[in-house]
Design a protein around this ligand. Structure first.
Ligand code: IPM
Ligand code: MG
Length: 369
């Protein structure tokens, strides 16, 4: 049986509760003889700050570098609202992305038929929805320099963030988007602001150039603001959307609500394959945040976390059958009517984190039999 080494970073808020459910899934795969997972756990975000004054320690960064995959919960919360910017919880997440070179962030937004009524949009607009956002994750305004607040001579302050992209950075995320589109609906929308931003002009040029190598994939350029509007107007026109770091942050939150709940969305963050081993670094995380309002209450939906692990099986560990099995178990449990609070209809009974995790494991058992 193949064995993998995972580094678990539960983080803050609901992160630890949903990670408990994921661990039970990992154990199930081992016990079923499908694949075994060795895990180590570390601290990130506010939890790491409380323990040692940094958003992630050097030793945990080393474990993240060494793992087959990093599995990340969530970071942040009101408790850490006023700590210095450099050690704020989000700095841990951003350092992981940057230092592991995770430039390609894949955020699928799939509307399960069973959940179409939980969407903020009408059923007919979202039923069968299957969008994949390919977000550039290590460049743009998140990391561009200068990034500072300076005091001017007149005492006024001036804040600067820098949106910067090079050809190479755009090319590699574009290739990821086109390669994925080939395995899906065959369509790429490139969302940028080429009407206002120089980085948007270059983005459009480079994506167009890359697209010439993919005659079987249709490419459309769309202004990022129009893309946000179209996502809520007629979302099923999209297949793969490729965009920069900041637009991807915003558009993926919009896309998530089409599916019914932010609690449903998994994500994968991938690095470039190593030229020698062919292996890539990776981190898997639910798109939802730490949800401090429900943390510790056992109410959180573990599906985005478990679905993120299904993506790890598929995209990094080469366990496609196991990934299909886990995705099917999630879909079946939803089809059976089980709902956590975030996806329950008004007046419908909701179960907690543990019940949802246990139901998915039970379904895995039935499917594997
Ligand atoms: C996300 C989050 C992060 C981001 C935050 C927590 C830094 O919103 O992964 O979408 O802005 O990228
Ligand atoms: Mg976000």
């Amino acid at each position: 049986m193949a064995s993998y080494n995972l580094f678990l970073l539960p983080g803050d808020g609901i992160g630890p509760e949903i990670m408990v459910e994921l661990k039970a899934i990992l154990n199930w795969f081992g016990a079923a003889g499908i694949a075994s997972f060795e895990t180590e756990s570390g601290l990130v975000g506010g939890a790491a700050y409380d323990a040692h004054g940094k958003a992630i320690s050097e030793s945990d960064m080393a474990l993240a570098q060494a793992a087959d995959s990093v599995i990340f919960g969530a970071v942040g919360g009101p408790k850490w609202a006023d700590i210095p910017y450099d050690v704020r919880p989000e700095a841990g997440l951003l350092r992981l992305r940057k230092d592991l070179g995770l430039f390609a962030n894949l955020r699928p937004a799939i509307c399960y038929p069973a959940l179409a009524d939980a969407s903020a949009l009408k059923r007919e607009l979202v039923e069968g929805l299957d969008i994949l956002i390919a977000r550039e994750l290590t460049g743009g305004v998140y990391f561009g320099e200068p990034k500072e607040i300076v005091t001017l001579e007149n005492g006024e302050k001036r804040a600067v963030d820098t949106q910067v992209y090079t050809t190479h950075e755009i090319e590699r995320i574009a290739r990821v988007a086109f390669d994925l589109a080939r395995t899906r609906g065959g369509k790429v929308h490139s969302a940028e602001k080429h009407n206002v931003m120089k980085s948007g002009v270059l983005w459009k040029q480079v994506v167009t150039e890359v697209g010439k190598g993919y005659a079987d994939v249709t490419l459309e350029h769309i202004l990022a603001d129009n893309c946000a509007m179209q996502l809520v107007r007629r979302p099923k026109q999209f297949d793969v959307i490729v965009c920069d770091n900041l637009f991807g942050d915003i558009l993926s939150d919009v896309a998530s609500m089409l599916t019914g709940s932010l609690g449903m969305l998994p994500s994968a963050s991938l690095g470039a394959p190593d030229p020698v081993t062919g292996k890539h670094k990776s981190m898997y995380e639910p798109v939802h945040g730490s949800a401090p309002d429900i943390a510790g209450k056992g109410l959180a939906n573990p599906i985005a976390m478990i679905g993120s692990f299904a993506m790890a099986l598929r995209y990094s560990l080469g366990q496609i059958e196991a990934a299909d099995l886990l995705d099917k178990a999630i879909a079946n449990v939803l089809a059976s009517g089980l709902r956590t609070k975030d996806i329950a209809a008004a007046g419908q009974n909701a179960v907690g984190t543990k019940e949802m995790g246990a139901a998915i494991i039970k379904e895995l058992g039935s499917l594997a039999r």
